[in-house]
Design a protein. Structure first.
Length: 604
């Protein structure tokens, strides 16, 4: 019952996003309901299909607490082509409740007098925002940096428009001179300095949706050699950029990891392969190091017997350190089997030496009882929280999986969210709240976000003690949504204080919603004590579930004796009730002072 009701509630919230205006609402308290950062205007022309005109959202949090976000926005610039395209940067100073456009990041051609970057006239896609945790060369700790794919013009788009001014694109085109550029900002994202080119490619070749199809006549040899999807990290005092590379490589040095570029890369028939690689920068040198491969993919044999690596197209790297001193890399892979893979290494610069050509399928990772295998579908994201917990999501599910100990060998547990599964769904830890802001592209070029509690968030936690029994509210030692981790039954009950194996399951945030009402969020996993069926009728029991309602579930009222009671928002005649020791909590009419509805908040 509860599962179906909640799915309807979440679906309704998502549908409602279609009519939400792109303008921000006034800042209010915590609300997990998805909101809209950007929505493509109905009359806005796009350089590509409208369904992917605004995609790839990423976010980061500054030391001030400000959240910044960027995404590809391929609306047509004043030039009438890709020339002059910029990457928007939005800010939120209220933990993701509202967002405002802060700046536009221009292409290198407009920010540098260096003639070697004059060809990069479009700041296009795959932005990755990162705050330096320490000084790197000339860049101070706390500097906001941005890596993104830049390009020249879209020659396929130009050719189609010249032949038919009414032509409307339905997919990617064929841009020239693709590269990954690095920018920095010292004023919280308000202005940007172009630093350098991390790595370069060549023609897009219709890639990322139309490989070898939407190829321009100007692309003489029909090349598909772009670079994509940067991911930044500081390691050993250097900035590391992981990226996806569609240049043609015939192999690699198994000792150093250095890939061998096909000498005919610019003219030979492409294998349509892709490798994962990285480069490093010391923050002062003019250029980055040479490439080192991280995942080669399988070896592909071409006409004439030539072989190239990159089969299966590994891409979209994310890297985190584990609590047992290892490093974990996740990425998508399209060579059969799981389309999300991982590797674990003792050195994040030597992934090439472990895991073989393709790594290990993500669904082989151990999970806790009741939890299904980690999501596939591509576009994996991996985030380490300050306390060592690791979160994972991928495009195939709206859930997030948590590794509570952060160890490379530990089990993972699924947690539901209010956000739908989406390609390039981003997870950003908010140190101000201790919650996680999730961004995703959804529907017709709409960027949405939600604020999700996964436990151990900031603020005071309470034992909530029942006056009648002296017992406290617990979760039957369950840490996640009851349908995932507790055999799908209402799990919020009275239990003896200290009886739970996990003491965090007996602690709760009393969290205020925008309407002034409250919800109870458990410390162990951030799940809410909710009405199990979603219907506030007498006798309904309480279960632990993702907080998926904009309004509070209860109105909390303090009595003259210092106790509080929790009155149902949906049905004012019913109250949160603990009738007997060990009983599941339920909604009941007034107990006329018997104490089953009186609760004492004891700060812990």
């Amino acid at each position: 019952m509860k599962r179906e009701t909640t799915r309807r509630s979440i679906a309704s919230a998502i549908v409602a996003l279609a009519i939400v205006a792109a303008t921000a609402v006034s800042a209010q308290g915590y609300s997990p309901t998805p909101g809209t950062i950007y929505q493509l205007p109905s009359n806005q022309a796009c350089l590509k299909g409208r369904g992917n005109c605004a995609i790839y959202p990423k976010a980061a949090q500054l030391t001030s607490g400000r959240l910044v976000a960027s995404f590809e926005q391929s609306t047509v610039p004043a030039s009438g082509s890709a020339v002059g395209q910029t990457l928007p940067v939005y800010k939120s100073d209220d933990d993701g409740t509202t967002w405002q456009l802060l700046s536009q990041v221009q292409a290198p051609a407009y920010l540098s007098s260096d003639p070697s970057v004059a060809k990069y006239t479009s700041a296009w896609t795959n932005p990755y925002l990162y705050v330096l945790p320490q000084q790197v060369g000339a860049l101070a700790a706390g500097t906001l940096v941005l890596a993104a794919v830049v390009s020249g013009d879209d020659e396929y788009y130009l050719e189609q428009k010249a032949a038919n001014p009414n032509w409307t694109p339905t997919n990617d085109g064929d841009r020239k001179d693709l590269a990954i550029a690095l920018y920095s900002s010292t004023d919280s994202g308000a202005s940007w300095t172009f630093r350098n080119i991390v790595t370069g490619g060549s023609w897009q070749g219709g890639s990322a949706g139309a490989i070898g199809v939407n190829v321009s006549a100007a692309n003489t040899y029909k090349q598909v050699d772009p670079v994509w999807e940067p991911y930044l990290m500081v390691y050993n005092g250097q900035l590391v950029a992981y990226y996806s590379d569609e240049n043609d490589f015939t192999g690699y040095n198994t000792t150093t990891g250095v890939p061998t570029l096909d000498p005919n890369n610019a003219t030979a028939t492409d294998s349509d392969g892709q490798i994962l690689a990285h480069r490093t920068w010391d923050g002062t040198s003019a250029s980055w190091s040479g490439p080192v491969v991280d995942v080669t993919g399988t070896t592909v044999t071409l006409a004439g017997g030539k072989t190239e690596i990159g089969g299966g197209r590994p891409g979209m790297a994310n890297v985190v350190q584990t609590s047992d001193g290892k490093w974990m890399l996740t990425y998508e892979y399209w060579g059969g089997g799981d389309n999300v893979r991982y590797k674990v290494a003792s050195d994040p610069l030597h992934f090439f030496s472990v895991g073989g050509a393709a790594g290990t399928g993500i669904t082989t990772l151990p999970v806790t009882t009741g939890t299904g295998a980690l999501a596939t579908g591509g576009s994996p994201v991996l985030v380490r929280l300050p306390d060592g917990r690791i979160l994972f999501n991928a495009a195939g599910s709206g859930n997030v999986w948590m590794n509570a100990s952060g160890s490379s060998t530990a089990s993972w547990t699924a947690y539901q969210t209010t956000m739908p599964g989406a390609y390039s769904r981003n997870l950003t830890y908010d140190a101000s709240t201790g919650r996680v802001v999730i961004l995703a592209n959804q529907g017709t070029s709409t960027i949405i976000n939600a604020d999700i509690d996964f436990g151990h968030s900031t603020g005071t936690y309470y034992q909530i003690v029942n006056k009648l029994t002296g017992q406290v509210i617990g979760t039957t030692n369950n840490t996640t949504d009851a349908n995932i981790g507790n055999a799908d039954f209402p799990d919020v009950r009275l239990e003896a204080a200290g009886s739970a194996a996990n003491p965090d399951t007996e602690l709760w945030h009393v969290t205020t919603k925008p309407d002034g009402n409250v919800t109870l969020l458990n410390k162990s996993g951030g799940r809410a004590a909710e009405i199990w069926t979603g219907n506030a009728t007498q006798g309904q029991q309480i279960g632990q579930w993702v907080d998926n309602t904009a309004s509070g579930l209860f109105t909390m009222v303090t009595k003259s004796n210092g106790y509080v009671y929790f009155q149902s928002v949906q049905n004012r005649s019913l109250y949160l009730t603990g009738s007997t020791a060990g009983a599941t909590l339920s909604l009941q009419p007034s107990d006329n002072g018997a104490g089953s509805q009186d609760w004492q908040l004891v700060a812990k």
